[in-house]
Design a binder for this molecule. Structure first.
Ligand code: AOF
Ligand code: ZN
Length: 348
Protein backbone atom coordinates (compact mmCIF):
# COMPACT_ATOMS: atom_id res chain seq x y z
CA UNK A 1 0.00 0.00 0.00
CA UNK A 2 1.37 3.43 -0.93
CA UNK A 3 1.32 6.36 1.48
CA UNK A 4 -1.39 8.03 -0.62
CA UNK A 5 -3.52 4.89 -0.48
CA UNK A 6 -3.12 4.68 3.28
CA UNK A 7 -4.53 8.17 3.79
CA UNK A 8 -7.22 7.63 1.17
CA UNK A 9 -8.37 4.48 2.97
CA UNK A 10 -8.76 6.62 6.06
CA UNK A 11 -10.91 9.03 4.01
CA UNK A 12 -13.16 6.15 2.90
CA UNK A 13 -13.37 4.88 6.46
CA UNK A 14 -14.39 8.34 7.67
CA UNK A 15 -16.86 8.75 4.82
CA UNK A 16 -18.70 5.60 5.90
CA UNK A 17 -19.68 7.31 9.15
CA UNK A 18 -22.16 9.32 7.09
CA UNK A 19 -24.02 6.21 5.93
CA UNK A 20 -27.73 6.65 6.42
CA UNK A 21 -27.45 10.39 7.13
CA UNK A 22 -26.27 12.04 3.90
CA UNK A 23 -28.37 10.42 1.17
CA UNK A 24 -29.02 11.42 -1.59
CA UNK A 25 -25.66 13.16 -1.23
CA UNK A 26 -22.50 11.05 -1.40
CA UNK A 27 -20.55 9.88 1.64
CA UNK A 28 -17.26 11.79 1.68
CA UNK A 29 -14.24 11.75 3.99
CA UNK A 30 -11.20 14.06 4.16
CA UNK A 31 -7.85 13.96 5.94
CA UNK A 32 -5.24 16.73 6.36
CA UNK A 33 -1.67 15.44 6.49
CA UNK A 34 1.42 17.39 7.58
CA UNK A 35 4.87 15.75 7.53
CA UNK A 36 3.32 12.30 7.27
CA UNK A 37 1.10 12.93 10.28
CA UNK A 38 -2.66 13.36 10.30
CA UNK A 39 -3.46 16.78 11.77
CA UNK A 40 -7.14 16.97 10.80
CA UNK A 41 -10.04 14.72 9.82
CA UNK A 42 -13.63 15.16 8.80
CA UNK A 43 -16.55 13.69 6.93
CA UNK A 44 -19.88 14.77 5.51
CA UNK A 45 -22.12 14.07 8.50
CA UNK A 46 -25.59 15.04 7.42
CA UNK A 47 -27.50 15.97 4.28
CA UNK A 48 -27.43 19.74 3.78
CA UNK A 49 -24.69 20.24 6.36
CA UNK A 50 -20.93 20.91 6.09
CA UNK A 51 -18.92 18.94 3.57
CA UNK A 52 -16.01 16.69 4.53
CA UNK A 53 -13.31 19.25 3.70
CA UNK A 54 -14.94 21.90 5.89
CA UNK A 55 -14.97 19.58 8.89
CA UNK A 56 -11.44 18.33 8.24
CA UNK A 57 -9.98 21.83 7.96
CA UNK A 58 -11.94 23.05 10.99
CA UNK A 59 -10.45 20.22 13.06
CA UNK A 60 -6.85 21.36 12.43
CA UNK A 61 -5.66 23.07 15.61
CA UNK A 62 -2.66 24.93 14.21
CA UNK A 63 -4.03 26.49 11.04
CA UNK A 64 -0.57 27.81 10.09
CA UNK A 65 0.40 24.22 9.20
CA UNK A 66 -2.20 24.13 6.40
CA UNK A 67 0.20 25.99 4.10
CA UNK A 68 2.55 22.99 4.24
CA UNK A 69 -0.07 20.22 4.21
CA UNK A 70 -1.79 17.84 1.84
CA UNK A 71 -5.53 17.31 1.97
CA UNK A 72 -6.88 13.92 0.92
CA UNK A 73 -10.52 13.78 -0.17
CA UNK A 74 -12.52 10.78 -1.37
CA UNK A 75 -14.47 12.94 -3.86
CA UNK A 76 -13.51 15.92 -5.99
CA UNK A 77 -13.98 19.08 -3.88
CA UNK A 78 -17.09 20.93 -5.02
CA UNK A 79 -16.91 24.05 -7.12
CA UNK A 80 -20.51 25.13 -6.67
CA UNK A 81 -22.47 27.12 -4.17
CA UNK A 82 -24.98 24.49 -3.03
CA UNK A 83 -26.37 24.30 0.47
CA UNK A 84 -22.81 25.04 1.53
CA UNK A 85 -20.05 27.20 -0.07
CA UNK A 86 -17.59 25.60 -2.55
CA UNK A 87 -14.95 23.41 -0.88
CA UNK A 88 -12.41 24.10 -3.63
CA UNK A 89 -12.51 27.78 -2.63
CA UNK A 90 -12.05 26.88 1.02
CA UNK A 91 -8.91 24.89 0.14
CA UNK A 92 -7.61 27.82 -1.93
CA UNK A 93 -8.38 30.31 0.85
CA UNK A 94 -6.46 28.18 3.33
CA UNK A 95 -3.51 27.96 0.92
CA UNK A 96 -3.24 24.18 1.09
CA UNK A 97 -0.64 23.42 -1.62
CA UNK A 98 -1.52 19.80 -2.45
CA UNK A 99 -4.83 17.97 -2.92
CA UNK A 100 -5.19 14.21 -3.45
CA UNK A 101 -8.57 13.01 -4.75
CA UNK A 102 -10.01 9.51 -5.20
CA UNK A 103 -12.48 10.27 -7.96
CA UNK A 104 -14.25 13.00 -9.88
CA UNK A 105 -17.66 14.22 -8.81
CA UNK A 106 -20.06 13.47 -11.69
CA UNK A 107 -22.54 16.04 -10.33
CA UNK A 108 -22.97 18.43 -13.31
CA UNK A 109 -22.23 21.54 -11.23
CA UNK A 110 -18.85 20.10 -10.25
CA UNK A 111 -17.49 17.38 -12.62
CA UNK A 112 -13.93 18.54 -13.23
CA UNK A 113 -14.55 22.16 -12.28
CA UNK A 114 -13.43 21.60 -8.70
CA UNK A 115 -10.10 20.29 -9.92
CA UNK A 116 -9.75 23.11 -12.44
CA UNK A 117 -10.39 25.74 -9.75
CA UNK A 118 -7.66 24.22 -7.60
CA UNK A 119 -5.17 23.94 -10.45
CA UNK A 120 -5.88 27.48 -11.64
CA UNK A 121 -4.95 28.62 -8.14
CA UNK A 122 -1.58 26.85 -8.49
CA UNK A 123 -2.44 23.88 -6.29
CA UNK A 124 -0.94 20.45 -7.10
CA UNK A 125 -3.76 17.97 -7.67
CA UNK A 126 -3.50 14.17 -7.88
CA UNK A 127 -6.57 12.18 -8.93
CA UNK A 128 -7.41 8.48 -9.04
CA UNK A 129 -6.08 7.14 -5.73
CA UNK A 130 -8.39 4.21 -4.74
CA UNK A 131 -10.79 5.32 -7.44
CA UNK A 132 -12.53 1.94 -7.71
CA UNK A 133 -13.07 1.69 -3.95
CA UNK A 134 -14.39 5.26 -3.82
CA UNK A 135 -16.79 4.51 -6.67
CA UNK A 136 -17.99 1.38 -4.89
CA UNK A 137 -18.65 3.35 -1.71
CA UNK A 138 -20.95 5.79 -3.51
CA UNK A 139 -22.15 3.57 -6.37
CA UNK A 140 -25.74 4.66 -5.81
CA UNK A 141 -24.92 8.37 -5.99
CA UNK A 142 -22.72 7.82 -9.07
CA UNK A 143 -25.41 5.80 -10.84
CA UNK A 144 -28.04 8.47 -10.21
CA UNK A 145 -25.68 11.10 -11.62
CA UNK A 146 -24.43 9.16 -14.65
CA UNK A 147 -27.41 7.01 -15.61
CA UNK A 148 -30.21 9.24 -14.35
CA UNK A 149 -31.85 6.39 -12.45
CA UNK A 150 -31.54 4.80 -9.01
CA UNK A 151 -29.12 1.92 -8.42
CA UNK A 152 -31.14 -1.24 -8.95
CA UNK A 153 -30.67 -4.37 -6.86
CA UNK A 154 -32.56 -7.49 -7.92
CA UNK A 155 -33.31 -10.27 -5.51
CA UNK A 156 -35.05 -13.59 -5.78
CA UNK A 157 -34.96 -17.14 -4.46
CA UNK A 158 -35.35 -20.05 -6.84
CA UNK A 159 -35.64 -23.79 -6.42
CA UNK A 160 -32.96 -26.23 -7.48
CA UNK A 161 -34.96 -26.85 -10.67
CA UNK A 162 -35.35 -23.15 -11.49
CA UNK A 163 -38.76 -22.03 -10.24
CA UNK A 164 -39.58 -18.99 -8.12
CA UNK A 165 -43.16 -19.99 -7.34
CA UNK A 166 -45.61 -22.82 -7.74
CA UNK A 167 -48.34 -22.38 -10.32
CA UNK A 168 -51.07 -20.74 -8.25
CA UNK A 169 -54.48 -19.48 -9.25
CA UNK A 170 -56.71 -16.97 -7.47
CA UNK A 171 -58.14 -19.53 -5.04
CA UNK A 172 -54.68 -20.42 -3.72
CA UNK A 173 -53.78 -16.88 -2.84
CA UNK A 174 -52.10 -15.64 -0.79
CA UNK A 175 -50.11 -18.73 0.17
CA UNK A 176 -46.60 -18.70 -1.26
CA UNK A 177 -44.55 -21.86 -0.67
CA UNK A 178 -41.34 -20.78 1.05
CA UNK A 179 -38.15 -21.30 -0.96
CA UNK A 180 -35.70 -19.43 1.29
CA UNK A 181 -34.82 -20.66 4.74
CA UNK A 182 -35.26 -18.52 7.86
CA UNK A 183 -31.64 -17.39 7.82
CA UNK A 184 -31.81 -16.15 4.23
CA UNK A 185 -35.02 -14.33 5.08
CA UNK A 186 -33.19 -12.46 7.81
CA UNK A 187 -30.46 -11.49 5.33
CA UNK A 188 -33.06 -10.15 2.91
CA UNK A 189 -34.57 -8.04 5.64
CA UNK A 190 -31.11 -6.76 6.49
CA UNK A 191 -30.72 -5.71 2.87
CA UNK A 192 -34.17 -4.07 2.93
CA UNK A 193 -33.11 -1.96 5.90
CA UNK A 194 -30.37 -0.22 3.90
CA UNK A 195 -32.27 0.62 0.72
CA UNK A 196 -34.64 3.58 0.48
CA UNK A 197 -37.19 1.62 -1.57
CA UNK A 198 -38.37 -1.87 -2.38
CA UNK A 199 -40.35 -2.69 -5.50
CA UNK A 200 -42.66 -5.51 -6.66
CA UNK A 201 -45.02 -6.15 -9.55
CA UNK A 202 -48.80 -6.62 -9.48
CA UNK A 203 -48.84 -10.41 -9.53
CA UNK A 204 -46.48 -10.70 -6.59
CA UNK A 205 -48.51 -8.16 -4.63
CA UNK A 206 -51.77 -10.01 -5.33
CA UNK A 207 -50.48 -13.56 -4.90
CA UNK A 208 -48.33 -13.06 -1.82
CA UNK A 209 -49.94 -10.17 0.06
CA UNK A 210 -46.43 -9.22 1.29
CA UNK A 211 -45.69 -6.61 3.92
CA UNK A 212 -42.22 -5.69 2.55
CA UNK A 213 -40.94 -4.66 5.96
CA UNK A 214 -37.71 -5.29 7.85
CA UNK A 215 -39.41 -7.25 10.64
CA UNK A 216 -36.82 -10.08 10.68
CA UNK A 217 -34.05 -7.55 11.16
CA UNK A 218 -34.12 -4.02 12.55
CA UNK A 219 -33.92 -0.58 11.03
CA UNK A 220 -36.29 1.54 9.05
CA UNK A 221 -38.73 0.14 6.52
CA UNK A 222 -38.07 1.13 2.91
CA UNK A 223 -40.71 2.90 0.84
CA UNK A 224 -42.87 0.27 -0.87
CA UNK A 225 -43.15 0.71 -4.62
CA UNK A 226 -45.88 -1.31 -6.30
CA UNK A 227 -47.15 -1.62 -9.84
CA UNK A 228 -50.91 -1.96 -10.15
CA UNK A 229 -52.06 -1.04 -13.64
CA UNK A 230 -55.77 -1.62 -13.14
CA UNK A 231 -56.05 -1.15 -9.40
CA UNK A 232 -56.53 -4.87 -8.75
CA UNK A 233 -54.75 -5.14 -5.41
CA UNK A 234 -57.39 -5.52 -2.66
CA UNK A 235 -57.52 -2.52 -0.34
CA UNK A 236 -57.39 -4.70 2.78
CA UNK A 237 -53.95 -6.00 1.82
CA UNK A 238 -50.95 -5.30 4.06
CA UNK A 239 -49.27 -2.87 1.65
CA UNK A 240 -52.23 -0.53 2.25
CA UNK A 241 -52.06 -0.75 6.05
CA UNK A 242 -50.83 2.86 6.35
CA UNK A 243 -47.81 1.78 8.41
CA UNK A 244 -45.16 2.34 5.76
CA UNK A 245 -44.93 4.95 3.01
CA UNK A 246 -46.16 3.31 -0.20
CA UNK A 247 -46.12 4.45 -3.83
CA UNK A 248 -48.43 2.74 -6.30
CA UNK A 249 -47.96 3.25 -10.03
CA UNK A 250 -51.23 2.85 -11.84
CA UNK A 251 -52.96 3.72 -15.07
CA UNK A 252 -56.23 4.50 -13.32
CA UNK A 253 -57.32 8.11 -13.25
CA UNK A 254 -58.87 8.01 -9.82
CA UNK A 255 -57.61 6.09 -6.84
CA UNK A 256 -58.74 5.83 -3.22
CA UNK A 257 -57.37 8.14 -0.53
CA UNK A 258 -55.32 6.01 1.85
CA UNK A 259 -52.98 6.97 4.63
CA UNK A 260 -49.28 6.97 3.59
CA UNK A 261 -50.19 5.73 0.10
CA UNK A 262 -49.44 7.82 -2.98
CA UNK A 263 -50.97 6.75 -6.28
CA UNK A 264 -49.06 7.96 -9.31
CA UNK A 265 -50.74 7.74 -12.69
CA UNK A 266 -48.45 6.83 -15.59
CA UNK A 267 -48.91 5.15 -18.96
CA UNK A 268 -48.02 1.45 -18.87
CA UNK A 269 -46.15 1.59 -22.16
CA UNK A 270 -42.72 0.44 -23.30
CA UNK A 271 -41.05 3.21 -21.27
CA UNK A 272 -42.76 2.42 -18.02
CA UNK A 273 -39.63 1.27 -16.18
CA UNK A 274 -37.65 4.32 -17.22
CA UNK A 275 -40.56 6.55 -16.14
CA UNK A 276 -40.87 4.87 -12.78
CA UNK A 277 -37.15 5.10 -12.11
CA UNK A 278 -37.08 8.79 -13.12
CA UNK A 279 -39.98 9.48 -10.78
CA UNK A 280 -38.21 7.70 -7.93
CA UNK A 281 -35.03 9.63 -8.64
CA UNK A 282 -36.96 12.90 -8.37
CA UNK A 283 -38.17 11.70 -4.98
CA UNK A 284 -34.53 11.34 -3.90
CA UNK A 285 -34.70 7.54 -3.88
CA UNK A 286 -31.15 6.58 -4.88
CA UNK A 287 -31.53 2.80 -4.87
CA UNK A 288 -34.29 0.23 -5.19
CA UNK A 289 -34.45 -3.44 -4.24
CA UNK A 290 -36.66 -5.29 -6.71
CA UNK A 291 -38.01 -8.50 -5.20
CA UNK A 292 -40.28 -9.82 -7.92
CA UNK A 293 -42.07 -11.20 -9.66
CA UNK A 294 -40.75 -12.93 -12.70
CA UNK A 295 -42.24 -10.52 -15.23
CA UNK A 296 -40.95 -7.36 -13.57
CA UNK A 297 -37.50 -8.83 -12.92
CA UNK A 298 -37.15 -10.14 -16.47
CA UNK A 299 -38.18 -6.85 -18.05
CA UNK A 300 -35.62 -4.98 -15.93
CA UNK A 301 -32.96 -7.55 -16.88
CA UNK A 302 -33.84 -7.42 -20.59
CA UNK A 303 -33.59 -3.62 -20.59
CA UNK A 304 -30.29 -3.75 -18.68
CA UNK A 305 -31.77 -1.42 -16.07
CA UNK A 306 -30.20 -3.28 -13.15
CA UNK A 307 -26.87 -3.14 -11.34
CA UNK A 308 -26.59 -6.05 -8.92
CA UNK A 309 -28.56 -9.24 -8.34
CA UNK A 310 -28.74 -11.51 -5.31
CA UNK A 311 -29.98 -14.98 -6.21
CA UNK A 312 -30.59 -17.78 -3.76
CA UNK A 313 -30.79 -21.30 -5.18
CA UNK A 314 -32.33 -23.49 -2.52
CA UNK A 315 -32.17 -27.26 -2.21
CA UNK A 316 -35.88 -27.86 -2.82
CA UNK A 317 -37.57 -28.70 -6.12
CA UNK A 318 -41.04 -27.76 -7.48
CA UNK A 319 -41.03 -29.70 -10.80
CA UNK A 320 -43.18 -26.99 -12.35
CA UNK A 321 -44.43 -23.47 -11.70
CA UNK A 322 -43.22 -19.93 -12.46
CA UNK A 323 -39.79 -20.04 -14.08
CA UNK A 324 -36.99 -18.01 -12.53
CA UNK A 325 -35.72 -15.00 -14.49
CA UNK A 326 -32.85 -15.59 -16.89
CA UNK A 327 -29.87 -13.42 -16.10
CA UNK A 328 -26.21 -13.19 -17.00
CA UNK A 329 -23.60 -11.03 -15.38
CA UNK A 330 -20.24 -10.82 -13.70
CA UNK A 331 -20.14 -13.07 -10.63
CA UNK A 332 -18.99 -11.11 -7.57
CA UNK A 333 -19.52 -13.85 -5.04
CA UNK A 334 -20.83 -17.37 -4.77
CA UNK A 335 -21.29 -19.03 -1.42
CA UNK A 336 -23.02 -22.09 0.04
CA UNK A 337 -25.01 -21.73 3.24
CA UNK A 338 -26.57 -24.95 4.34
CA UNK A 339 -28.69 -26.30 1.50
CA UNK A 340 -28.73 -22.96 -0.34
CA UNK A 341 -26.32 -21.43 -2.80
CA UNK A 342 -26.17 -17.63 -2.85
CA UNK A 343 -24.97 -15.93 -6.00
CA UNK A 344 -24.19 -12.23 -6.17
CA UNK A 345 -23.73 -10.82 -9.68
CA UNK A 346 -23.23 -7.43 -11.27
CA UNK A 347 -24.30 -6.15 -14.69
CA UNK A 348 -21.44 -6.93 -17.08
C1 AOF B 1 -17.60 17.87 -1.46
N1 AOF B 1 -17.44 17.37 -0.20
O1 AOF B 1 -18.20 16.25 1.56
C2 AOF B 1 -19.59 16.34 -0.33
C3 AOF B 1 -19.72 16.83 -1.66
O2 AOF B 1 -26.20 20.70 -1.47
P1 AOF B 1 -24.77 20.63 -1.07
O3 AOF B 1 -24.13 21.96 -0.96
O4 AOF B 1 -24.53 19.78 0.16
O5 AOF B 1 -23.98 19.92 -2.29
C4 AOF B 1 -24.25 18.59 -2.60
C5 AOF B 1 -23.34 18.13 -3.71
O6 AOF B 1 -21.98 18.35 -3.35
C6 AOF B 1 -23.45 16.64 -3.96
O7 AOF B 1 -24.41 16.34 -4.92
C7 AOF B 1 -22.06 16.30 -4.45
O8 AOF B 1 -21.91 16.64 -5.82
C8 AOF B 1 -21.18 17.21 -3.63
N2 AOF B 1 -20.83 16.56 -2.36
N3 AOF B 1 -18.71 17.55 -2.18
O9 AOF B 1 -16.76 18.61 -1.92
C9 AOF B 1 -18.38 16.63 0.39
N4 AOF B 1 -20.57 15.63 0.28
ZN1 ZN C 1 -18.01 20.63 -0.99
Amino acid sequence: MTVDEKYMYRCLQLALNGKGFVSPNPMVGAVVVHNDKIIGEGFHREYGKAHAEVNAIASVKDKSLLKESTIYVSLEPCAHQGKTPPCAQLIIDNQIPHVVIACLDPYPAVSGRGIKMLQDAGIKVDVGILEREAWELNKEFFTIQTKGRPYIYLKWAQTQDGFIDKARDEKDIPQPTPISNEFSKMLVHKKRAVVPAIMIGTNTAIKDNPSLTTRHWYGKNPVRVILDRQGRIPLDYTIFDGKVETIVFTEKESSPKLEKVTFIQIPFDENILENIFTTLKKRKIISVLVEGGQELLQSIIDKRLWDEAFIEISGITFNNGVRAPIIAGHVLNEINWGASKHIHIRLA
